[in-house]
Design a binder for this molecule. Structure first.
Ligand code: GLA
Length: 337
């Protein structure tokens, strides 16, 4: 078989899912070059992995640095891909100046922080208005620890609980047609799921413009269980909002697994991963009315944030395309059904 023929025989993932949902990938400045072909072949949506986060776009109060984000936006445009925005308000990757007092005081007050948030959101959402169709407005505001609802963060301490509602209002003002998402991880664990639902319900009750819930989906070959994933999708869907998988990956290691001896995934891992992808995509297809996009947190196994994290010196292989950008067993399970 010639190379060309072989290429043709591999169905494009986004094309396969044309009647279901978008298929997205997180990209960065480097991968839009190193993975250009595989991105064009399989994905119709992209999210900037880091380039649109606060600290990268707005390192000082009067300095915006849009070059890297613009490159990703141009890449999406050139390839006719949708663009998701990630992320406006998050406790991580946010510069210290945002929370500092105006006149050398240790901490900003509520009014100052709200004004800074509003200026940031207006500038960033305004810049990509008409191109970014959906924003992760608030990321990870819920606490993982049992019994505590909202995560302790500078936003919460300085502004109070309504920083979340305000963020959505500012984003809606900046681009009334953008779809606005609340995004979080461990989203299928029942207790955290219920805390997310409590938050979203309270936003809806107050008339806050929120249109969707982003399920990050940093999963592994064992967890969360399919039942927990199904219940989470059902419960979230009951809120009447759209759902998107925003950061899907399927680590081949269980959460507690610390092994660092592997140079490639074992056959058993690949098989288990293929089964997991098969079952979760089957579920996703069943919920196509509410699930509008499935974005992987990367594209192929040559680059993943899970390399060296959380275990140093360990590579991971969480995607359906391998290090050479070729289909893995998991790819075939989700590309044909
Ligand atoms: C969270 C964030 C992402 C990314 C991942 C790790 O899920 O939402 O932007 O930082 O952590 O890469």
């Amino acid at each position: 078989m010639s190379d060309r023929k072989e290429e043709n025989a591999i169905p494009g993932l986004a094309a396969q899912y044309g009647d279901y949902f978008d298929i997205g990938a997180a990209v960065n400045r480097r991968t839009i070059k190193t993975q250009q072909q595989v991105l064009a072949a399989h994905f119709n949506s992209v999210t900037a992995e880091n380039e649109m986060k606060f600290e990268l776009l707005h390192p000082q109060e009067h300095l915006y640095t849009f070059e890297a984000a613009d490159e990703i936006a141009s890449f999406a445009k050139e390839h006719g891909m949708k663009l998701r925005g990630h992320t406006l308000v998050w406790h991580n990757q946010t510069p210290d100046w945002l929370f500092a007092g105006a006149n050398g005081e240790p901490s900003a007050n509520r009014e100052t922080l709200l004004a800074r948030m509003k200026a940031h959101i207006a500038a960033v959402v305004g810049r990509y208005k008409g191109q970014i169709y959906a924003w992760d407005v608030v990321n990870e505001a819920i606490e993982d620890k049992s019994g505590v609802w909202l995560r302790d963060s500078s936003y919460l301490r300085i502004i109070g609980e309504d920083y979340i509602a305000k963020a959505f209002e500012f984003a809606h003002e900046a681009d009334p047609s953008a779809l606005l998402f609340y995004n979080d991880y461990n989203e299928c664990f029942p207790e955290k799921r219920d805390k997310i639902i409590r938050l979203v319900r309270s936003l809806l009750d107050q008339g806050v413009p929120i249109h969707g819930i982003g399920l990050q989906g940093h999963w592994n070959v064992h967890d969360p269980s399919l039942d927990d994933i199904r219940s989470a999708i059902e419960r979230y869907a009951e809120l009447g909002l759209k759902l998107q998988m925003t950061e899907l990956d399927m680590s081949v290691f269980a959460f507690e697994d610390q092994r660092t001896d592997l140079r490639e995934p074992t056959a058993e891992m690949l098989e288990r991963q293929a089964e997991r992808y098969e079952e979760v995509f089957r579920l996703f297809r069943q919920y196509k009315e509410v699930l509008t996009s499935v974005t992987f947190w990367g594209a192929a196994d040559d680059y993943t944030w899970l390399d060296n994290f959380p275990v140093r010196g360990r590579k991971n292989w969480p995607f359906v395309l391998d290090e050479q950008h070729q289909p893995k067993p998991a790819f075939w399970k989700i590309a044909s059904w």
